[in-house]
Structure formats: C-alpha cells, structure tokens
Design a protein around this ligand. Structure first.
Ligand code: BV8
Ligand code: ZN
Length: 251
C-alpha cells in the first residue's frame, strides 16, 4: 500500500488552496489510473506494450493507418465502461467552489479520456486532444465520435479524405488556442497544481515552471517523485483519489 502524505503536508496544501483566487491545474494519466485507465510510463504502461513511434506519431499513422486505428478503437471503446473517480470529482467540486466565489479555475489535462468532463469539470483544456473525436487529414473537418464503432478506415463524408483520432501525437504541435489558454492560466495563477503526471512530456511539463516563474504557489500530487517534485512548494505522494478530496476546502 502506498504511504500517504503526512497530516502536516496535507494541511500545508489546504492552507495554500484555501486562499487561492486563481487556480490552474495540470493533470496526467495518473488521475485516471484509479478509474482503470492504463498510464503510459508505469510498469504496465501503454508505452511498455506499444511503441509510441508506431502508435502515437503521424509517421506511424501514415505507415499503417489500419493498425493505429485498431489500437485507438480498442482504447476508446474500453473507456465506454470507465467512470470518473474521487480525484476527478474533487477537481470538479473545487471548480464549482471557486466559481461560486467568483474566482478562477482552469484545468489543463494531457489526458484524452474525457473523464474530467464526465465528472463535471467545465473549464477543461485538452492539451493532447481527445480520443472521442476525429478529423479529416485532408480538409480538417472534425466530428464527435464518442463510443461509436468504427469499421476499417473511416473516410470523410465531405471530401473522402482519411479520418484520424483528434489526438496530438509526438512531433505534433498542440492546438494553439488550447495551449495559449493553459499557458495563460499557469502564468496568471496564484496556485498551480500538477497531478498524476510524470512531468516528462513537453510543452505540458513546462507549465509548472511557468507558474513558478510567475509567482504561483505550487502543489504536486503523485504516487512517486517526479522532476517537478523538487520545484514545487508541497509534494504530496499518494493516490490522487485519496489525496484530492482532502484538499478541497469545505464549501
Ligand atoms: C511538440 C498522445 C512541437 C497519444 C501524447 C524529439 C522529436 C520530436 C519531439 C520531441 C523530441 N524531444 C522532445 C520532444 C517533444 C515531445 C516530448 O516531450 N517528448 C518526450 C517524451 C521527451 N513532445 C511532443 O512531441 C509534443 N509536441 O513538442 O510539438 C515539436 C514538434 C516537432 C519537433 C519538436 C517539437 C506533443 C506531446 C503530446 C504527445 N502525445 N499522447 C496518446 O495519448 O495516445 S503524450 C503521452 O504522454 C500522453 O498524452 C500523456 O498524457 C503524456 C504524459 O504522460 P502522463 O500523463 O504524465 O502519464 P505517465 O504514464 O507518463 O505518468 C503517469 C504518472 O501518474 C506517473 O508519474 C505516476 O507515478 C502517476 N500516478 C499513477 N497512478 C497514480 C498516479 N498519481 C496519482 N495517483 C495515482 N493513482
Ligand atoms: Zn475531408
């Protein structure tokens, strides 16, 4: 069983959050782990079983679109039976609490699983896109897919071009408006939290330094230390589903 943070560390993080007027959050696969979504770099991580170069890059998709589509369909359809956990819900509670006070809350996520929105989070910036939408590689026409089945290689009804998952793959730039919203949130926040991310994928991993550089107080929630742990004010090591509900101020 993973150790839990000390009551002192929890109290420190609560005190930082209690006075917050502009909260910015970055989440990664770790916040969905307790819902049963595999992480990427852990012992049973996605990238241990599959090559990111083949499955999560435009080159890999161009080389073998059927294989990449089959892999994304499996992951997408597995999400149909997965629900948000207490960690997702705690962030939705925090957003409501801040909104009721007229304060600001931004949630930038690297996750593509839609679980923050399913938990009720509203102001979500999907830095790496979503597995639940697709777009045409030729004309860019985008549409929602949800958990609809996809047979073979789906084609655009407007131009016949090949459709692809609306995910940001390695070597692809993040959607400009989404990145700017997340960067602006981080640099104008008074509290920044990094939750359930190994903090190795850029530019998302750079948000914590941007927040620190702009004077924000910072909190990390992760099962284990990451490159961000030595940068933040309070590093809370343990499961997000246990820790986050203990940080949300009483309404
Ligand atoms: C970009 C989509 C400009 C697919 C993903 C060389 C060539 C080209 C690019 C680069 C290069 N070197 C560096 C780069 C940039 C590259 C990058 O950063 N690479 C890293 C790996 C070195 N970044 C990019 O390519 C980005 N684009 O930079 O464009 C550009 C263009 C051309 C050339 C240069 C630059 C695009 C990045 C997005 C890539 N797409 N995924 C898919 O998801 O299917 S990345 C992938 O990693 C996921 O999106 C994931 O979200 C992301 C980060 O992973 P995490 O979410 O942190 O998950 P991870 O498993 O790693 O960690 C989980 C954590 O949770 C752990 O710390 C664990 O301890 C913790 N945890 C587990 N359980 C719990 C928990 N914590 C709390 N509670 C629990 N219960
Ligand atoms: Zn098209």
């Amino acid at each position: 069983m993973t150790d839990l943070p000390s009551a002192t560390a929890i109290q420190q993080a609560r005190a930082i959050l209690a006075g917050a007027r502009r909260v910015a959050i970055l989440t990664g696969a770790g916040i969905s782990a307790e819902s049963g979504v595999p992480t990427y770099r852990g012992v049973s991580g996605v990238w241990k079983a599959f090559s990111a170069k083949d499955m999560a890059s435009p080159e890999g998709f161009a080389r073998d679109p059927e294989r990449v589509w089959a892999w994304h369909n499996d992951r997408r359809l597995a999400l149909a039976s997965i629900a948000p956990n207490a960690g997702h819900r705690a962030l939705a509670d925090l957003e409501r609490l801040l909104a009721d006070r007229g304060d600001r809350f931004d949630l930038a996520t690297q996750n593509i699983d839609g679980l923050h929105q399913a938990a009720g989070s509203r102001n979500v910036h999907e830095l790496h896109g979503t597995i639940l939408a697709i777009y045409c590689v030729v004309c860019g026409k985008r549409r929602w897919l949800g958990f609809d089945p996809v047979d073979g290689l789906p084609r655009c009804e407007s131009c016949g071009g090949l459709l692809r998952p609306a995910i940001v793959w390695f070597g692809e730039v993040l959607p400009r408006d989404v990145w700017l919203a997340a960067a602006n949130a981080a640099t104008s926040s008074d509290v920044f939290m990094t939750i359930g991310t190994s903090a190795v994928v850029y530019p998302a991993a750079g948000l914590v330094e941007m927040a620190i550089g702009a004077g924000a107080r910072t909190i990390e929630v992760n099962l284990e230390p990451t490159p961000a742990s030595t940068l933040v004010d309070v590093a809370l090591h343990g499961p997000a589903g246990n820790i986050l509900p203990r940080l949300v101020p009483e309404a």
